[in-house]
Design a protein around this ligand. Structure first.
Ligand code: ASP
Ligand code: MG
Length: 464
């Protein structure tokens, strides 16, 4: 049995969805499908909350738009009248619940983390119901199981939950085995689970990959397939590096590092559950379903240059906390990290020296982070500095730490193109090295590194 994850990027418009439905009929019998929201719907729900908070009148409009978006597809793909009526009724029930939640939000004048997570989970509820109805109308044996009713149990952390694997495995098996026949297609909405206290909790943006990985692990699946609208992991972003190529095989470690450091192919935590059972992940392009995509597995063949990919992330900023002797003063890092965590800020990485702690944060967190640290009393630092005109570049490949000369080659290539490196961290993991440059130097630096490791060295001037 396989678990297949269908991404929101492939659920985009009538024509594309029609093709996905055919693919499901052809390839997904007997398997479990974990599905994302239709393209753009989660964003719509999230921005809808802010609008609903301000304007009660906007709520019915939002509900009508969501209804139209899903029911138009149903009308296009469900040919039986009674099946269409049933689908409209089932989605209508969910829309009604959502509407009540939005009125509740407007009434209480507050978007609590609890409400935020429940409301943002509706996209997946709609899409799973829609696909179930469409395939059922074709006479196929289809079941639709809601994650919170079959024991997808989380640790309760809103918007960044982790599944409790042991409990979840036990419960998912118990609930899914009886309905999972040899030809049955099982649909499960991705992105969320439920805490032991009964709260809907999401796995963070893009979390359906993670949901699917948890289901695959719980059910001892033979394979986890991720259906997307691209072939898989590339040696670099092809928008920056036209000659970038597909990476056919990656290790769990490499995929996790690449996902973490910017390649928007996979939710960074998806490999955590599957690697405990050695389940492979295959990325499949639904626009090109017979092409070999990227395979993620326990051990991947080393390339001669070790490096598999050069990734980047622009959603990054550095909070530099200057203080004397920070390297030798034991409490300060804990104090700073504690304050940020208290304010809900995720520290992406830390580099410390004798005089400075550099905290890598997401761009959107940096102002809150600075304000939070300003409240520390007594002030444990001299000065705080923010760098936000930066890009994080990483090179990823298993064995990067053991092979000599890789860092030298990387930084020589960058220096030869006249790019200044702002900060380096080597060996946060066995598979990655990363550094920061100014944003204006990104294209030049990425191309310089890519051509050093993948072809002949050259410099590409930055556009503009
Ligand atoms: N729909 C959610 C999001 O857009 C989860 C996902 O698509 O994986 O973040
Ligand atoms: Mg999505």
């Amino acid at each position: 049995m396989k678990v297949i994850k269908i991404g929101g990027g492939c659920l985009n418009g009538k024509k594309t969805i029609a093709r996905i439905v055919d693919l499901i009929e052809e390839k997904a019998k007997g398997h479990i499908i974990v599905v994302s929201a239709l393209n753009g719907v989660t964003d719509m729900l999230i921005s809808g909350m802010d609008i609903a908070l301000e304007q009660e009148d906007a709520i019915p409009r939002l509900i009508s738009r969501l209804k139209a978006q899903h029911i138009n597809i149903a009308k296009h793909l469900i040919h039986s009248r009674s099946a269409l009526a049933q689908c409209t009724k089932d989605i209508g029930k969910m829309l009604h619940q959502l509407e009540r939640l939005l009125y509740g939000l407007n009434f209480t004048r507050e978007i609590t983390p609890r409400l935020y997570d429940v409301i943002s989970s509706y996209g997946e509820r709609f899409s799973a119901q829609l696909l179930t109805s469409i395939l059922r109308s074709r006479g196929l044996p289809v079941v639709h199981r809601a994650p919170h009713k079959i024991g997808m149990i989380t640790d309760g952390k809103f918007s960044d939950a982790t599944a409790k694997l042991k409990q979840t495995s036990r419960q998912l098996k118990q609930h899914l085995k009886p309905t999972n026949g040899p030809d049955t297609i099982t649909f499960i909405p991705g992105f969320f689970g439920v805490s032991p206290q009964g709260d809907i909790t999401t796995f963070g943006r893009g979390g359906t990959d993670y949901s699917a990985a948890v289901v695959a692990t719980a059910m001892n699946a033979g394979l986890l397939e991720i259906w997307k609208d691209v072939d898989g992991f590339m040696s670099a972003d092809p928008r920056l590096v036209p000659e970038a190529g597909l990476i056919p095989v990656l290790s769990y470690e490499e995929a996790a590092e690449l996902a973490y450091f910017g390649a928007k192919i996979l939710h960074p935590r998806s490999v955590e559950p599957v690697r405990t059972k050695n389940i492979n992940i295959e990325i499949k392009n639904t626009l090109n379903p017979d092409a070999a995509g990227s395979l993620i597995t326990a051990k991947s063949p080393r390339s001669k240059s070790i490096i598999k990919s050069v990734a980047y992330d622009m959603d990054i900023a550095v909070l530099k906390v200057h203080a004397s002797g920070v390297g030798a003063r034991p409490g300060i890092l804990a104090q700073v990290a504690g304050k940020l965590t208290e304010n809900g800020i995720n520290i992406r990485s830390v580099i410390t020296s004798q005089t400075c702690i550099s905290l890598l944060l997401s761009l959107g967190d940096v102002d809150t982070g600075r304000a939070a640290l300003a409240k520390l009393k007594p002030r444990p630092y001299r000065r705080i500095e923010v760098l936000n005109d930066i890009a994080l570049i990483s090179i990823v490949g298993d064995g990067i730490l053991r092979k000599t000369g890789i860092a030298a080659r990387c930084f020589t290539a960058v220096a030869n193109c006249g790019v200044n490196v702002e900060m380096i961290s080597f060996g946060p993991s066995r598979a990655a090295l990363y550094f920061l440059t100014k944003q204006k130097d990104l294209t030049t630096a990425v191309n310089a590194i890519h051509s050093t490791f993948f072809s002949s060295p050259r410099c590409t001037p930055n556009p503009g």
